[in-house]
Design a protein. Structure first.
Lengths: 72, 428
C-alpha cells in the first residue's frame, strides 16, 4: 500500500516517540509530549517508514491514509 | 477473543497446571533452561492456572493465570479496562507500607494514571532525551575507556552498573555529594532478592524499607532545593509540572523517584551485561555490527532488549469476567505476564533462540506489550545501549566472557557477576 497521510489520536498518544524513531521525517513529539505529523502529503519514498511508525506505536494512536486508486 | 465465555474450554482456576512456574528454582536456572517450561506452556497451555508463587517478602496467598504467548501479553497490556494495575503489579505480594511509598503511576489505572503520567511525560519526550544524549555518550566513552585498560573485567561492576544510575542522577540533577546515597539506596531496592546482598541475619524487608526511606528523604531534599532554585533538570520540571492547574504532590514525586531507581536501574544494567555475553557467544554478530554500525546498531539494540527481556514478570488483575485465548478469567483473578516467554514465541519470532542483530520487524515486549504502561524510559534505555555499544564498537574486537552468575528472582533477569576479557583493537 502507498501511504499519503497520517493522523494521530491525541487522546491515545502518550508521547513515547517510537514513531519518530522509525520515521523522523514524518513524525515528531513536541515538548508537550504529544506526537504530530510534520508533512502532508507524505512523500511516496517515506510510505514504508510511515507504516513501520504506525506499527511501532504502543498505543495504536496512528491512523494512516492510503492513496486512492489512480493516485501515486 | 470472541464467543460465549461459558464455552471456555481449558483449565479453570483452582486446578494448578502440572507445568509449574511458581517455584523459586525456576528463577535460578539459565533463561534457555527456563524456556523449556515456558515453551511447553506456549504450546500446550497458553493460559494456565498456577499455585501461589514461592519466595517473596510476604507469603503469597493467591494463585494466578500464567500468560506466556506474545499475542496474549499484548491483549492484556492493551486492555487496561479489563486487566488493571491498581491492585498491584508484582508477582509477589508487597507489604502495604512499602506499596504506599512506592505507589507511582505504574500501579495506577486511568484516570489517576493518565494524570500522573501526563505530568512526567514532558521530561521523557524525544526532544528532552536528545538534550541529555551527549552527556550519556560522554559517560559511556569514559566507562569504556576505563574498561579497555584492564586485562580482565567484571562486566556488572566495571561497565553495566556505571551507566544507568549515573544517567538518572544527571536527569534529576542530584548533586555529586549525594550520588553515592542514591546509588546505595537504589541498589538496595533491586538487591534484596540476592542472598549475597542481604547480610546474614538481616531481614530483607527491613533493608528494603531502609532503601525506600533513603530515596524519599533524597526526593524531599531535591524538591526543596529546586523549588528554591529551579534548574534545567527533571526534578525542577517535576516540581513545576502542572496540567490543567493540577500539580504533583511531594509524596507523589518521591514515589516517582523510587520507581526511577528501580525501573531505570537494573533493567538497562542487565541488558548491557546480557548483550556482552550474547556478543561473546555469537562473535559473527559482533563482526557484523562492527562492519557497519550505522546499518545495524538500531536493530541490534532491539535484539539486545528482546534477548535479555530485563523485566521477567508484571501482574494485572481482571476487572470483570473475560475470556483470554479460550479461557474464562473471573473478576478479581490475577494474571501474570511472562515477558521473556513472549519474546521467544516462535509464532512471532523466527528461530527465537538465535541472537540476530538484523531481526526486523522485532516486535519484542521488552518494554511491555503496549498500552498505557508501556515503558516511559524506553527511549532513554535505547540511548544508553546505543551509546555504550558505539564505544565498544570503536575499541573492542572480541568479548571473551565467562559464565553468568545469576541472582534468583522473578522480577528482573538479574546478573550478579560476569567475568570477561576484552580483545582491544590496537591503535595503528
Amino acid at each position: 500500500m502507498v501511504v499519503v497521510g497520517a493522523d494521530i489520536d491525541l487522546d491515545r498518544c502518550q508521547g513515547h516517540g517510537l514513531c519518530g524513531m522509525e520515521c523522523p521525517e514524518v513524525f515528531d513529539v513536541d515538548d508537550g509530549g504529544r506526537a504530530h505529523v510534520l508533512v502532508d502529503p507524505i512523500p511516496p519514498e517515506l510510505s514504508g517508514a510511515a507504516v513501520l511508525a504506525q506499527q511501532s506505536c504502543p498505543e495504536q494512536a496512528i491512523t494512516l491514509h492510503e492513496a486512492r486508486e489512480g493516485e501515486a | 477473543m470472541t464467543g460465549d465465555v461459558n464455552m471456555a474450554k481449558t483449565s479453570t482456576a483452582g486446578t494448578p497446571n502440572s507445568l509449574d512456574v511458581s517455584g523459586t528454582e525456576l528463577w535460578s536456572v539459565s533463561p534457555r533452561e527456563r524456556d523449556e517450561v515456558f515453551g511447553r506452556l506456549r504450546r500446550e497451555a497458553p493460559v494456565s492456572w498456577q499455585r501461589p508463587p514461592d519466595g517473596g517478602l510476604l507469603p503469597a496467598t493467591q494463585g494466578y493465570w500464567a500468560i506466556v504467548r506474545h499475542a496474549d501479553i499484548r491483549h492484556v497490556s492493551r486492555h487496561p479496562e479489563l486487566f488493571c494495575s491498581g491492585q498491584g503489579i508484582s508477582f509477589d505480594d508487597v507489604p502495604a507500607e512499602l506499596a504506599e511509598m512506592s505507589a507511582a503511576f505504574i500501579v495506577m489505572d486511568a484516570p489517576q494514571h493518565t494524570r500522573m503520567r501526563g505530568l512526567v511525560n514532558h521530561a521523557f519526550t524525544p526532544r528532552r532525551v536528545r538534550t541529555i544524549q551527549q552527556q550519556i555518550e560522554a559517560q559511556a566513552a569514559a566507562i569504556v575507556a576505563d574498561a579497555v585498560r584492564l586485562d580482565a573485567i567484571e562486566v556488572v561492576r566495571d561497565i553495566s552498573m556505571r551507566l544507568p544510575l549515573w544517567t538518572i542522577s544527571e536527569m534529576l540533577g542530584v548533586p555529586p555529594e549525594r550520588r553515592d546515597d542514591l546509588y546505595d539506596a537504589a541498589n538496595i531496592m533491586v538487591g534484596t532478592a540476592d542472598e549475597e546482598f542481604v547480610a546474614e541475619g538481616e531481614d530483607p524487608l527491613v533493608v528494603l524499607f531502609g532503601g525506600v526511606t533513603a530515596l524519599h528523604q533524597l526526593a524531599h531534599e531535591l524538591q526543596a532545593a529546586r523549588k528554591a532554585e529551579p534548574g534545567d533538570d527533571l526534578m525542577s520540571a517535576l516540581v513545576a509540572a502542572e496540567v490543567d492547574g493540577d500539580a504533583l504532590t511531594e509524596n507523589e514525586i518521591a514515589a516517582f523517584l523510587v520507581l526511577l531507581a528501580v525501573a531505570g536501574n537494573d533493567t538497562t544494567r542487565n541488558t548491557i551485561s546480557h548483550s556482552i555475553k550474547a556478543f561473546s557467544d555469537n562473535p559473527e554478530q559482533w563482526d557484523l555490527l562492527r562492519s557497519d554500525p550505522d546499518a545495524y546498531l538500531g536493530t541490534a539494540v532491539e535484539e539486545m532488549i528482546r534477548w535479555d527481556s530485563p523485566v521477567r514478570t508484571f501482574r494485572r488483575t481482571a476487572t470483570q469476567d473475560t475470556e483470554l485465548n479460550g479461557t474464562l478469567i473471573r473478576e478479581g483473578e490475577r494474571v501474570v505476564l511472562f515477558y521473556a516467554s513472549a519474546n521467544r514465541d516462535d509464532e512471532v519470532f523466527t528461530d527465537p533462540w538465535s541472537f540476530d542483530i538484523t531481526r526486523r520487524p522485532n516486535e519484542h515486549v521488552g518494554f511491555g506489550g503496549g498500552g498505557p504502561h508501556f515503558c516511559l524510559g524506553a527511549l532513554i534505555a535505547r540511548t544508553q545501549l546505543r551509546a555504550i555499544f558505539s564505544e565498544f564498537i570503536k575499541h573492542v574486537e572480541r568479548f571473551d566472557a565467562g559464565e553468568i552468575d545469576y541472582v534468583t528472582g522473578n522480577l528482573i533477569n538479574n546478573i550478579r557477576r560476569l567475568p570477561c576479557r576484552l580483545q582491544v583493537r590496537q591503535a595503528v
